[in-house]
Design a protein around this ligand. Structure first.
Ligand code: HEC
Length: 138
């Protein structure tokens, strides 16, 4: 109940509070370019779509991890726990963890691994950009 309230309160706070970070901006710009190549109607990433991706229970991946929240939990600002190994995971929200999404190799490696585990497929550039945009507002 309280958790639900906090969630709703969090969702009503304006989402795009940009913490300027050139490395993260460059990664996002790259995904935007790729998204534009796939769909010429692409205009911008969406925190709302990114949140939906984060919270959806997907079908087709590893049954132990139906959702990004299986490991990163419902609350991006809190610590996570790997549902497969039990190991702790640092918070994914940029407001809590300024180093998030600043190393291109790490970002690509984890999207590859985690999208496969949860969705049973790779994430698109649009999905990756939406996800990072959501986490930048968290
Ligand atoms: C099996 C557990 C697990 C699931 C499920 C999971 N992740 Fe992760 N994720 C991790 C671990 C472990 C790391 C690496 C450690 C870290 O970055 O703190 C990570 C890191 C990441 C990173 C890298 C962040 C950075 O700052 O470099 C991205 C991007 C990411 N996850 C996206 C996702 C997305 C999108 C989903 C859902 C489709 C998802 N994760 C689901 C375990 C998981």
């Amino acid at each position: 109940m309280i958790r639900k309230f906090i969630l709703i309160a969090a969702m009503t706070v304006p989402t795009l509070t940009f913490a300027e970070e050139p490395a993260r901006d460059a990664i996002l710009a790259d995904y935007a370019k790729q998204a534009g190549q796939v769909d010429t109607a692409f205009t911008r990433f969406s925190a709302e779509r990114g949140e939906a991706l984060f919270r959806t229970d997907w079908v087709g991946g590893d049954p132990r991890t139906p959702s990004c929240t299986s490991c990163h939990t419902d609350n991006p600002r809190g610590p996570g726990r790997n549902a497969k190994t039990g190991r702790p995971i640092d918070p994914v929200a940029v407001s809590v963890n300024a180093a998030r999404f600043t190393n291109r190799d790490d970002v690509e490696k984890q999207f590859g691994r985690d999208c496969k585990s949860v969705m049973g497929r790779a994430c698109t550039a649009l999905e990756k950009g939406d996800y990072i945009t959501f986490m930048m507002g968290q």
